[in-house]
Design a protein around this ligand. Structure first.
Ligand SMILES: *[C@@H]1O[C@H](CO)[C@@H](O)[C@H](O)[C@H]1NC(C)=O
Ligand SMILES: *[C@@H]1O[C@H](CO)[C@@H](O)[C@H](O)[C@H]1NC(C)=O
Ligand SMILES: *[C@@H]1O[C@H](CO)[C@@H](O)[C@H](O)[C@H]1NC(C)=O
Length: 364
């Protein structure tokens, strides 16, 4: 464990920034694929808007009175779908007060739990095109989004891109798979969203230090792990974690070289599963967002001190030290630092104006 002596100070900011917000022009119908489990905000600029949804799989209607079974929130500017499920694939229609269509979204929430992940640096290949015979001759293929930015700057990083399952028949335009299939759900292992990763390197731009969150974590006593969540991190944004100043990579994880942490694929690595105490830091869009310090509870500390005392006694039996063991002292100091940091949340940096960095997808 490295000694982290600089004081860990920060401030928690309540941030209402959507991970992804979708805008479709007034009066238009827009079609797109997204991933399940990540919150989505659908924009509808109309006061007193009414929302209506038609779900393809269950062929059910849903309107904003009553509020449906899932976690949704209707706001003046649109609707927030929290952790959408693949079964929420369908049409989302916004009407104004007079019952006139403002905007319609056709959204395919592709199942992120089936994400096919490949790393170029490991020679892994994305899924190949496949021919289906549903009605006419259809092709299933992956429609790739642009590469996201490199997740780190000034040192080797990684970047990812998302790919969605699309179907194209001989005549028509490509359509996201489950919008094409409607309520039929054929078993097909090709029909999955994808995530591709590759190494990258970029120089750092002038970075501003703002809104960094400092927190403590403790491994669960029984399971011996903890989940850490990077604020503002999402599968739609570049995220990177460091454990004791060493960057964690998808490459190490996918090749089985890193076993003390697991980047959660369904959040694009915004959530991290950790199995050992260390100082974890995360960066979103190359900016440091949070630092998590291990918290040792007092019992564990006492236990460690006692163990250390026993070890010292035993060592003294073997050798004849002139003075007390400096190693024990150093350890105590180290843990003393850890304890002193417990629960500390102070303000060091002046809060700058909050930057709303929510990703906006503009659609034709
Ligand atoms: C929302 O609608 C209002 C009234 O129609 C308009 O003035 C405003 O510019 C719109 N805002 C956006 C972001 O489109
Ligand atoms: C859903 O709404 C549409 C349009 O209002 C209607 O035609 C259809 O019958 C409804 N379906 C169900 C299952 O309620
Ligand atoms: C897969 O199919 C898509 C859509 O038809 C096409 O654009 C793409 O070039 C195909 N890729 C390969 C490798 O054939």
């Amino acid at each position: 464990m490295r000694t982290i002596l600089w004081l860990l100070l920060g401030f928690a900011v309540p941030l209402l920034v959507f991970s992804v917000s979708i805008t479709c022009p007034h009066g238009k119908k827009c079609q797109l694929a997204l991933l399940s489990k990540t919150d989505v905000f659908l924009y509808c600029n109309s006061s007193g808007a009414q929302w209506f949804a038609y779900l393809l799989q269950s062929q059910t209607n849903w309107s904003n009175k009553p509020l449906g079974a899932w976690d949704t929130e209707i706001m003046p500017e649109g609707i927030l779908l929290r952790s959408p499920l693949p079964s929420q694939t369908g049409y989302y229609i916004c009407w104004d007060k007079k019952g006139k269509l403002v905007v319609q979204y056709k959204i395919d929430f592709q199942d992120v739990d089936t994400l096919h992940i490949t790393h170029r640096g490991l020679g892994q290949k994305p899924l190949k095109n496949e021919t289906l015979t549903l009605g006419s001759k259809e092709i299933v293929f992956t429609h790739w989004e642009p590469w996201q930015d490199c997740n780190h700057c000034g040192e080797p990083g990684e970047r990812k891109r998302l790919g969605y399952c699309y179907i194209q028949n001989a005549l028509g335009k490509p359509v996201p798979c489950w919008l094409y299939l409607g309520n039929s759900r054929p078993q097909n292992s090709r029909m999955r969203p994808e995530m591709q990763i590759e190494a990258c390197y970029v120089q750092c731009k002038a970075l501003t230090v703002e809104n960094i969150i400092f927190d403590n974590f403790q491994l669960d006593e029984e399971s011996e792990f903890a989940w850490l969540t990077c604020p503002l991190g999402s599968i739609y944004r570049p995220v990177v974690w460091e454990a004791d100043n060493k960057a964690l990579s998808w490459k190490d994880q996918l090749s089985g070289q890193e076993v003390s942490t697991v980047l959660d694929p369904s959040s694009g690595g915004a959530q991290l599963l950790v199995f050992r105490p260390a100082v974890y830091r995360c960066f979103v869009q190359q900016q440091m967002r949070a630092q998590f310090n291990p918290r040792f509870d007092v019992d564990a500390l006492e236990l460690l001190q006692r163990e250390e005392a026993i070890r010292q006694q035993e060592a003294e039996k073997v050798r004849k030290p002139k003075t007390g063991s400096p190693k024990g002292l150093k350890l105590l100091l180290l843990w003393g630092t850890g304890l002193g940091l417990l629960g500390m949340l102070l303000r060091l940096f002046c809060p700058k104006r909050r930057k709303k960095r929510s990703q906006v997808l503009l659609m034709k």
